[in-house]
Design a protein around this ligand. Structure first.
Ligand code: FES
Ligand code: FES
Length: 152
């Protein structure tokens, strides 16, 4: 089947089979490799994107379900060469090591800060609880989101 969707503000089309995930379509067919595939089971959050503004694991969404909808990936957050404030805060606080989890965490943090400009540490932890990092521990990630919130 052919799907048509808006990704980061631009219209895109792709041919997909009925069982194909949005994550696979984004990465392998549509040229958006920012969302990462780690578990493909909704457990790690590395594939996080926004679907019509709602945070989802794109590995759990069928590409067909995104037909006609708007997707925001991590590629859509920066403004040209200027990093999104959450991305900038991740860099400045040392919240990135291998970086594999970072796109999903950045998308999840952006989603949190859009809904809550001044989250408590507990609210940050809860909002990011679906995103696993295998490298950093979480202290610097929490620091990054706190810093981005302070600057918002
Ligand atoms: S790859 Fe989607 S949650 Fe892990
Ligand atoms: S920085 Fe490596 S998995 Fe998080």
């Amino acid at each position: 089947m052919r799907i048509s969707l808006t990704i980061n503000g631009d219209r895109h089309e792709a041919d997909c089979w009925e069982g194909e995930s949005l994550l696979f379509a984004l990465r392998e067919k549509l040229g958006f490799p920012g969302a990462k595939n780690a578990c493909a089971q909704g457990e790690c959050g590395s594939c996080s994107v926004l679907l019509d503004g709602t945070l989802v694991c794109s590995c759990l969404v069928l590409a067909a379900q995104a037909d006609g909808h708007a997707v925001t990936t991590v590629e859509g957050l920066a403004r040209g060469a200027e990093l999104h404030p959450v991305q900038q805060a991740f860099v400045e606080t040392g919240a990135v090591q291998c970086g594999f989890c970072t796109p999903g965490l950045v998308v999840a943090a952006e989603s949190l800060l859009r809904a809550n400009r001044s989250p408590s540490d507990d609210e940050i932890r809860e909002a990011l609880s679906g995103n696993l990092c295998r490298c950093t521990g979480y202290a610097k990630i929490i620091d990054a989101v706190r810093l981005a919130a302070e600057r918002a």
